[in-house]
Design a protein around this ligand. Structure first.
Ligand code: GCV
Length: 914
């Protein structure tokens, strides 16, 4: 082996470890997101003097924001010699000041006008709001216009939000944890109380206001009743105080059983007079402390939450009881339509969770109070990477509705993957439901426009935390996009991405174009390598919702089935032969989904069960599409790293490095996904990949085929999450976590059966079967010719060296391969499992010379080896020649057994390209 000519990618490894390790927590500022006011190349000529006509906290805050923003945008340039001032105020204040006393239009509360008054050289720029909230939105709009290099049109502009309720929902618990949060601990709560330091809450509200968000529900919908206790309400009032200046009203999620749990009543039956009285009293108590309290969010009769069904009452009974309590104060009830039975009978071909929301809420249309809004997830299942639009949006004509989306990327990569969701939300908002056979896009249904409702909303489950809001710098694009779309659903996802990139990263066109392209391709790429054709995210639905686990959704009561068998795949949801879900759409849309011929390919398997050989609209078979899309998606993820590299030196170094480390991780994880799903469907269908890729991994050397010292071969569960289903783990002799209660299910030692490849060949997985004899086993692997040393002696639940089972006295295990490919300089990727519960360490050497070492200290889900925590370290630019010995040494720690899946000899791994 020669000296590595390129330095090993230690920096990338370190950066990844830092990023995926426990969050680094520092002061939280809005410039960790888009509110940076970076100097613009050509500042527009606007007056720099700012004058507010009114004294309200909101208006004064708007003036201060303008002041701060204008200074930032100007940078260190001398201010332009512009006379006049920016004047802001409500229309009432403008009239009082006798400015345009007659000429001002009637403005709705959140509406604003920005207009020039007077003539050059002395002209004022006026921001007139329908209320001080309108003034604030006008100020932020002016700053956005300037920050994105645009101009206030000579004729001025007038804007009002399309959708009245624009809230985030935070799923924070009183102890400071956050359900489905991927950015550290709560900014609102810790140790059962509201946090003392609420400065981050004020900054968060400022961020929200800058994109027009006007409400924030601060606690988990799996709600803790204790939050409604009098002492807690006083603490919560401090949160409302911290957000008020930014026009963001606080809301709370409530547990419907509260009257019984904390109120001392014998029941929580919503029709019981004492229960009604309790809620009315509670609302009075809240409003006495928080006069602008926005309302309640309710999750009931769902996933174990208490609800009206326990008393034979309907959601309308419960919602109306709360609505009556809030109505005198102007509050609303956001009643979630996420009500379903999670004990469905998998064997019943008519059972279908997708039907639940419509089946339950459509019959209630017209029976809900005017201040109730039914909050409907965008799809009928649960935030999957692709779902059809929920038919319930078209099924309520006399009821207010809101659409619920997720900024927190629960099923879409948990912020470790770049997935810009605005294109998905746009598709949903623009979907024409054809209610009453006319154009009824979802955006007009939820705004209230179509059926003349007074209320409507768009809500994002956001789950910000103390780690720079959303953990990943690029993930803030989703929060930005949510606010912008809720304000104006006609905006395009590209335009929003460009606005965000300019404000967050740089106005350099290279940066903006690159980032917009990456953002726009990120959702399709993620869909391609996780769950295309309407399969939904093929993840572990009963666990972390992160890594691949194709069968986790099958054979249980949760109803996220895709019904893959040896013949075909997909849920039959047709009216003719299936669950009838397609019939919940208005007739025109129903007809499109009912037929395989007209159903869009990207939803085919959501609506239909088809053979693997079924041909899509372009003639490709379903199975070939599954292979191709997974390879294409994973390649796209690799390209993201290359594209990002072009931004080095053009953006902030820290954001560059952090994001690069995430993208490198994502490129590796996309391969884990690709291989898992492709292996699974290859085995299930028995249909080979036309392009010969599935089941073939050129340059890959499996750990279970190596000469092992101390390491034991284990079955990984689910099998598809490891290359060929197996890996090796290093057992500590003491504190043996491999067999600890609940932890050992993925780690049973297996018997030697002639080599993994032979086993898989027998199962029809590998096309080139080989029953490898002991000793060297040649594999023809494309441009590489790799010989891996088979294990000697055969394993029978023991380590390869008698007397040295597990880590032994040395404290480590090793796997060794003889390289037999061509000579040259390569990158070597080590695919290992980075488990919670310890920080295992690894070393890679070639012919005894150290090449790399790294620690498994990322913060990835779960405590047993599988797709959640399968990750890679890549040593770049390593010289290899035939006969070289490549060795990986793993040192377990705690319950992390330094498990290893394979190493792969590669060329041009993008992590190594800079
Ligand atoms: C708050 C999904 C999530 C749950 C969440 C639920 C909901 O099932 O996995 O964590 O619960 O949705 O939206 O209520």
């Amino acid at each position: 082996m020669g000296i590595p000519a390129k330095k090993i990618d230690l920096f990338a490894g370190l950066a990844l470890a830092l990023l995926l390790a426990s969050p680094v927590v520092g002061a939280q500022t809005t410039d960790q997101a888009w509110l940076k006011y970076l100097p613009v190349a050509k500042p527009r000529e606007v007056p720099l003097h700012v004058h507010a006509l009114g004294n309200s906290q909101i208006e004064q805050g708007a003036a201060a924001e303008l002041d701060r923003g204008l200074k930032g945008l100007a940078g260190d340039r001398a201010p332009a010699d512009v006379q006049g001032a920016i004047i802001l105020g409500t229309s009432l204040e403008f009239r009082k000041a006798e400015r345009h006393a007659a000429g001002l239009p009637q403005l709705a509360a959140e509406e604003f006008v920005i207009q020039w008054a007077g003539a050059v050289p002395h002209r004022d720029l006026e921001i007139v709001g329908g209320s001080d909230g309108g003034v604030l939105y006008g100020a932020f709009t002016l700053l956005r216009i300037l920050a994105t290099g645009s101009d206030v049109p000579a004729t001025g502009l007038r804007e009002a939000p399309a959708i009245p309720i624009r809230w985030t929902d935070e799923w924070d618990n009183p102890d400071g944890s956050i359900e489905r949060g991927y950015a550290g601990r709560s900014i609102f709560f810790e140790n059962g109380h509201v946090r003392q330091d609420l400065a981050p809450v004020g900054e968060y509200a400022r961020l929200l206001a800058s994109v027009g968000i006007n409400g924030c529900d601060v606690n988990n919908v799996n709600a803790a009743a204790v939050l409604l206790e009098p002492e807690m309400l006083k603490e919560l009032a401090r949160i409302a105080d911290a957000m008020r200046q930014w026009g963001v009203r606080m809301a709370l999620s409530v547990d419907l059983a509260s009257p019984q749990k904390i109120g001392g009543l014998a029941t929580y039956d919503p029709l019981d007079p004492a229960v009604k009285k309790w809620w009315a009293g509670k609302a009075d108590e809240i409003y006495a402390l928080i006069p602008d309290f926005a309302g309640f969010t309710v999750k009931a009769d769902s996933e174990g939450q208490p609800g009206p069904a326990s008393f034979g009452r309907s959601p309308a009974d419960a919602a109306n009881t709360l609505a009556a309590a809030l109505a005198p104060h102007g509050g609303v009830v956001m009643y979630r339509a996420f009500v379903y039975n999670h004990h469905l009978d998998w064997r019943d071909p008519k059972a279908d969770r997708a039907r639940a929301a419509y089946d339950i809420f459509h019959p209630l249309d017209g029976s809900l109070a005017p201040n109730v809004v039914v909050q409907i997830k965008y799809g009928p299942i649960d935030f999957q990477v692709r779902e059809p639009v929920s038919p319930l949006f078209g099924g309520l004509e006399k009821t207010n509705e809101a659409m619920e989306v997720q900024v927190t990327q629960e099923y879409t990569g948990q912020q470790r993957h770049l997935v810009y969701l605005a294109p998905m939300w746009k598709e949903t908002l623009d979907f024409d439901m054809r209610a009453r056979d006319r154009a009824t896009p979802v955006k007009d249904l939820i705004s209230g426009k179509t059926f003349h409702r007074s209320l409507g909303g768009m809500v994002a489950v956001t789950c910000v935390g103390q780690d720079a809001w959303l953990g990943s710098p690029l993930a803030t694009a989703n929060l930005y996009a949510f606010g912008r779309l809720a304000w104006d659903p006609d905006l395009s996802a590209e335009r929003i991405a460009a606005e965000w990139a300019r404000q967050t990263l740089s106005s350099d066109p290279v940066v903006v174009n690159t980032v917009v392209k990456m953002l726009m391709q990120s959702w399709p790429a993620y869909e391609d390598y996780t769950g295309p054709l309407g399969l939904q995210t093929l993840t572990d639905i009963t666990g972390s919702h992160y890594g691949p686990n194709v069968e986790a959704s099958e054979r249980n009561g949760w109803g996220q089935w895709h019904r893959a068998d040896h013949e075909g795949v997909g849920m039959d949801r047709t009216v003719a032969t299936g669950t009838g879900f397609a019939g919940q759409y208005p007739p025109e849309a129903a007809k499109i989904y009912e037929s395989r011929k007209t159903c869009p390919d990207d939803l085919l398997l959501f609506f239909h069960h088809v053979p693997y050989t079924y041909r899509l609209h372009d003639g490709k078979t379903v199975i070939q599409y599954l292979y191709d899309s997974h390879y294409a998606g994973a390649e796209r993820a690799e390209d993201f790293v290359r594209e990002w590299d072009a931004l080095k030196g053009r953006i902030d170094d820290r954001i560059f490095a952090e994001t690069r480390a995430r993208l490198v991780y994502q490129a590796g994880d996309a391969i884990v996904w690709r291989d898992a799903v492709v292996q699974y469907f290859l085995k299930m269908s028995g249909v080979p990949d036309d392009k010969g890729r599935a089941g073939h991994y050129p340059g890959r050397l499996e750990a279970e085929d190596a000469r092992l010292d101390g390491y034991k071969v284990i079955d990984v569960n689910p099998w598809e999450d490891a290359s060929g289903g197996k890996a090796v783990a290093c057992e500590l002799q003491e504190n043996n976590a491999l067999h600890g209660p609940g932890e050992g299910d993925g780690l049973q030692p297996v018997r030697w059966q002639g080599g993994k490849n032979a086993v898989l060949a027998a199962e029809g997985v590998f096309l080139r079967s080989n029953d490898f004899p002991q000793g060297l086993k040649p594999l023809s692997l494309g441009s590489f010719d790799v010989r891996a040393k088979a294990r000697t002696p055969p394993l029978a639940g023991k380590s390869s060296r008698p007397g040295k089972a597990g880590a032994g006295e040395t404290g480590h295990c090793s796997a060794e391969w003889i390289y037999s490919g061509e000579a040259g300089r390569f990158d070597i990727a080590a695919q290992y499992f980075d488990l919670q519960g310890g920080v295992a360490e690894f070393k890679l050497d070639v012919n005894g010379r150290p090449v790399a070492s790294w620690a498994a200290n990322a913060n990835l889900p779960t405590r047993r080896p599988h797709g959640d925590n399968s990750t890679r370290y890549t040593a770049c630019g390593v010289d290899l020649k035939p006969g070289d010995t490549i060795r990986v040494e793993g040192t377990p720690d705690g319950s992390d057994p330094a498990a290893l899946d394979y190493i792969q000899v590669l060329r041009d791994w993008p992590a190594c390209s800079d």
